[in-house]
Design a protein around this ligand. Structure first.
Ligand code: ADE
Length: 232
């Protein structure tokens, strides 16, 4: 039987999904509240993991061990690294990489996790395609594309840092949890997809734009995820 883990870093990113849950049972673990119930008839566990890669990794492991989820969806906001992605648009993951993994002094390329077969963690193709279809259905006016998520424990708000993420990693959006969720899902053999709405341009305007647009961006994602879980 399918059971879908849905992770958002912030309350804003999961509050709408939580409000739509039927029969929610709450389990506390590692400082996180796991809401288990159904969303449009689909069995789900919705959780706010907190910001950053450590919180995100712990959360995936708990979803795997305690709830035996069969799929993982990460929803939230991100900064755009692609001129084709404007504020309010949606990026659906093709893959995800840690931009702050740096073992270059030992001869590894940036982002490569030594001794791991994969460092550009591939999203499940079917989940990504279904997410794109759901987006077209519920957010017909929102522009969506598939691309690369780059993650690190940093809020990107400087043009030079943004340029580095584009030139080295060919990233389409930057955020702070996706690659960890991808990495954890990969290690546990669980198909995943990351769905991020753009809240800022990850440059010198990001500090101003982010608080203005995060709410609307998160709402686009929540609507998409609510439809997607019924299609999986
Ligand atoms: N989440 C939303 N915008 C972001 C940015 N610019 N950097 C990192 N995470 C983000």
């Amino acid at each position: 039987m399918k059971k879908i883990g849905i992770i958002g870093a912030m309350e804003l990113e999961v509050e709408e999904l939580k409000s739509r849950l039927d029969g929610a049972k709450v389990t506390k673990k590692a400082g996180m509240d796991f809401y288990e119930g159904t969303l449009g008839g689909a069995p789900v566990v919705v959780v706010r993991c907190g910001i950053g890669k450590v919180n995100a990794a712990l959360c995936v492991q708990i979803l795997a061990d305690l709830f035996q989820v069969t799929h993982v969806i990460n929803t939230g906001v991100a900064g755009s690294l692609n001129a084709k992605l404007d504020i309010g648009d949606i990026l659906i993951s093709k893959d995800a990489v840690h931009h702050d993994m740096d073992v270059t002094p030992l001869g590894y390329a940036p982002g490569i996790v030594p001794q791991l077969e994969e460092s550009y963690f591939k999203a499940d193709k079917r989940l990504a395609e279904l997410a794109l279809e759901s987006c077209r259905k519920v957010n017909p006016d929102v522009h969506a594309l598939m691309g690369r998520v780059v993650s690190g424990d940093q809020f990107i708000a400087k043009k030079e840092v943004k340029e580095r993420l584009i030139s080295i990693f060919h990233g389409d959006c930057a955020e702070m949890e996706g690659a960890s969720i991808a990495h954890g899902s990969y290690l546990n053999g669980i198909p995943f997809v990351i769905i991020r709405a753009i809240s800022d341009k990850a440059d010198d305007s990001a500090e101003m734009d982010y608080p203005t647009f995060e709410k609307a961006a998160a709402a686009h994602c929540a609507r998409l995820v609510a439809d997607l879980v019924t299609a999986i």
